[in-house]
Design a protein around this ligand. Structure first.
Ligand SMILES: *Cc1c(COP(=O)(O)O)cnc(C)c1O
Length: 364
């Protein structure tokens, strides 16, 4: 028998979240962002849940090809664009839309002779200072792009630095001022802007993390008003129980000391499964349907939990590490990170199954 740990991916949760995006940004089309192997959920696994998206956005050319091979005929956007001449050929062969964020990428397209023109998203650096043309250069970059034979439609995109915690009007203003006289479809919003900044919705939105039910801020409280469903459940079982006397400690480093006699459950899940080693004592966990806490240090293959609230839980008891009841954001927040990182870091050794839910009525 394999170790009892497993992850389950819920396609209905993703369908639900995608519909919520469509209701929230009701006049926008949706690029479903599935980079990083669909934030750790697996592109092939979640693909059936994406039927209602208008396009798929990701980074990796291999992932883009996989999406085409799965039969996706709607647009596919490469969020970082192309890196070398061979990529233009791939983009041409698979009809990929490519982000263009710098002159080197324009030069690659200028040198290419694709069979069909390649649609691009011209990216503005409106203040994030990661990728893109600065606002003052943007109209000239657009003019250069529109002169390139290989380029088809030119969309205009930018990305927010802090849509998750407030003020983004300055970036929208930069973008609007620099694109005032330019045609083309606009795309600005990541998950946070979809939820909280209607002014940024425009022609296309680009949600990632909320499709999987995780909070853009990394904080579960912040998505209270939105019925997002958790797309991944990580579960395991208790494989051992220890009864501690007051004053005894648990695990490496002896970081937790029992202040009274208590029972400790040993869970088959550790940092080699993707559970954060930084999760401190107090991180929430569900045992036998009862909320309790991690105690002591997370080790490679195991972690330990306080069985005080569920004294009947013995070997074999069900444990939810994260999912619908313990949100991945809660574990992340307790561990000083965000749900994104935990979902993406699910380890290969964890067996994953798919809960297909209702088959979508919309064919791809
Ligand atoms: C990752 C990414 C997104 C999605 O971000 P979320 O915060 O997960 O919604 C959108 N746009 C770009 C350019 C990205 O790289």
């Amino acid at each position: 028998m394999p170790r009892p740990i497993s992850a389950r991916i819920h396609l209905d949760a993703i369908r639900n979240n995608l519909r919520l995006v469509k209701r929230t940004a009701s006049s926008s089309r949706v690029w479903a962002v599935i980079k990083a192997n669909a934030y750790g959920h697996g592109i092939e696994r979640i693909f059936p849940a994406l039927a209602e998206a208008n396009g798929i956005a990701l980074l990796d050319l291999d992932e883009a090809v996989r999406v085409r091979e799965l039969g996706w005929t709607k647009p596919v956007l490469l969020l970082e664009g192309i890196f070398e001449p061979a990529d233009v050929e791939t983009a041409d062969r698979h009809r990929l839309t490519v982000t263009v964020h710098c002159d080197d990428q324009l030069a690659l397209l200028k040198a290419a002779r694709p069979r069909e023109r390649i649609d691009i998203q011209l990216k503005m650096n409106s203040g994030m200072n990661r990728l893109g043309f600065r606002p003052g250069e943007f109209a000239r970059a657009w003019a250069r792009a529109s002169d390139v034979e290989a380029i088809g439609a030119i969309g205009l995109m930018s990305h927010f630095a802090n849509a998750d915690d407030g003020e983004i009007d300055w970036q929208i203003d930069e973008f609007d001022a620099a694109t005032r006289d330019l045609p083309g479809e606009r795309s600005l919003s990541n998950s946070a802007a979809v939820l909280w900044h209607a002014r940024a919705h425009r022609d296309w939105v680009r949600p990632g993390t909320i499709l999987y039910g995780a909070s853009p801020t990394g904080c579960a409280r912040h998505i209270k008003g939105f019925p997002l469903a958790a797309a991944m459940t990580l579960s395991s079982r208790i494989i051992g129980v220890q009864s501690l006397a007051a004053g005894e400690t648990v695990g490496y480093g002896r970081t937790f000391t029992a202040d009274r006699a208590m029972k400790i459950g040993v869970v088959a899940c550790g940092y080699a499964d993707g559970y954060p080693r930084h999760a401190p004592t107090g991180t929430p966990v569900m045992v036998d349907g009862v909320r309790t806490r991690v105690v002591g240090r997370v080790s490679m293959d195991m972690l330990t939990v306080d069985l005080t609230p569920c004294p009947d839980a013995g070997t074999g008891a069900q444990v939810e590490l994260w999912g619908e009841r313990i949100r991945v954001d809660e574990v992340a927040e307790s561990s000083g990170t965000i749900g994104y990182e935990l979902m993406c870091a699910l380890a290969r050794r964890v067996p994953v199954s798919v809960d297909a839910g209702v088959t979508s009525a919309h064919p791809v």
